[in-house]
Design a protein around this ligand. Structure first.
Ligand code: UDP
Ligand code: MG
Length: 317
């Protein structure tokens, strides 16, 4: 066992790796006598892997895990969690949007008797209005529909202790939403606030598609409210239909005049019902597609090359 592990997922970050390594080392070497920096290369298309490998030759604290392809940020972090040996573990982005210097206050807070200290964004620099707004709305929605609190305005930048790491390694689901899983695990959790900086260099690896997927994973993994919404909309539509039936009879037998007209009401009800049904099918489908991937129980990722030893027996083949 060592004191501190830092998990860094890497996707096309060649322009950030050296500065990140420098800033991380400065902070972490002051905090812990024994530490490791685990870089997980998530199928980068640039020379990030070569840079990390070079670093690992110069600095024995540097470990690398090269995944067999791009599996996505959450899976890359999960691979790091499987392989890390630290008593305490930091999860941090490679683009320096999460300042390594914040690890010190986070670690101090952890030592006051917490198991999780996450970094809460006070402000976010250099990110588009749309991204900030959608993220804000998403976190508010998620906190309304889950039965336990998932902290708002936080990413995965945090420090967690061994108990939480072991807990995460037991949660084998394919569709990861780590910040939700960590909140779900519980224990004593707190936060420190920070202003999120701009990306140091390079472009975001989170396309809108990846963001929507992450959001759907978060919702489906931690809430059944969308399914309840389907049920409730079924009841509401049935109630409206019942009223319409009564109205149709009255119209036919008592208000004979102008009875044949009714094109718009038929159109409206067909379109409305079609919409409700398709949305409902879509919601159910989102849940079923996740069941579909989870029952196959495929490994979360494959590793092409690594210099880190895995002591977690459960994932050895
Ligand atoms: N990342 C990854 N795989 C991906 C996308 C991103 O490992 O498919 C890493 C990326 O290198 C960075 C972190 O995840 O260290 C956060 O990604 P990014 O900064 O692109 O997201 P944003 O901050 O724009 O939400
Ligand atoms: Mg970023």
């Amino acid at each position: 066992m060592i004191e501190l592990s830092v998990i860094i997922p890497i996707y096309n970050e060649s322009m950030n790796i050296h500065l990140l390594h420098e800033r991380l080392t400065k902070v972490v070497s002051n905090l812990a006598k024994t530490y490791e920096l685990i870089f997980i290369n998530d199928g980068s298309k640039d020379n990030s892997l070569e840079l990390v490998k070079e670093l690992s030759l110069i600095d024995k604290h540097v470990k690398f895990i090269d995944l067999s392809r791009n599996f996505g940020h959450q899976i890359a972090v999960s691979a790091g969690l499987d392989y890390c040996k630290g008593e305490d573990v930091v999860i941090i982005d490679a683009d320096l949007q999460d300042p390594p210097e914040l690890i010190e206050p986070m670690w101090k807070k952890l030592k006051e008797g917490y198991q999780v200290v996450y970094a809460k964004r006070r402000a976010r620099a250099g990110e588009g209005y749309m991204k900030k707004w959608t993220a804000k709305m998403f976190y508010r929605l998620l906190s309304k529909i889950t039965s336990f609190p998932i902290p708002v305005d936080t990413g995965d930048f945090r420090i967690i202790d061994r108990r939480v790491v072991d807990g995460l390694c037991q949660m084998k689901e394919n569709h990861k939403f780590l910040r939700g899983q960590i909140a779900w695990i519980g224990f004593n959790q707190t936060y420190v606030e920070y202003d999120r900086a701009e990306r140091n260099a390079g472009v975001t690896g989170y396309s809108y598609k990846k963001m929507i997927n992450l959001a759907l994973n978060g919702i489906t993994a931690f809430s059944n409210v969308p399914i309840k919404f389907v049920t409730i909309s079924g009841f509401v539509v049935s109630a409206i239909a019942f009223l319409m039936i009564i109205y149709s009879f009255i119209a036919k037998y008592f208000i004979v005049e102008g009875y044949a007209s009714g094109w718009s009401s038929i159109m409206v009800s067909i379109m409305f019902l079609g919409g409700v049904q398709l949305v409902s099918l879509g919601i159910i489908g989102e849940y079923i597609s996740r069941i579909n991937t989870d029952v196959k129980q495929r490994p979360l990722y494959f590793i092409a090359e690594t210099n880190a030893e895995n002591e977690n027996e459960s994932i050895k083949e």
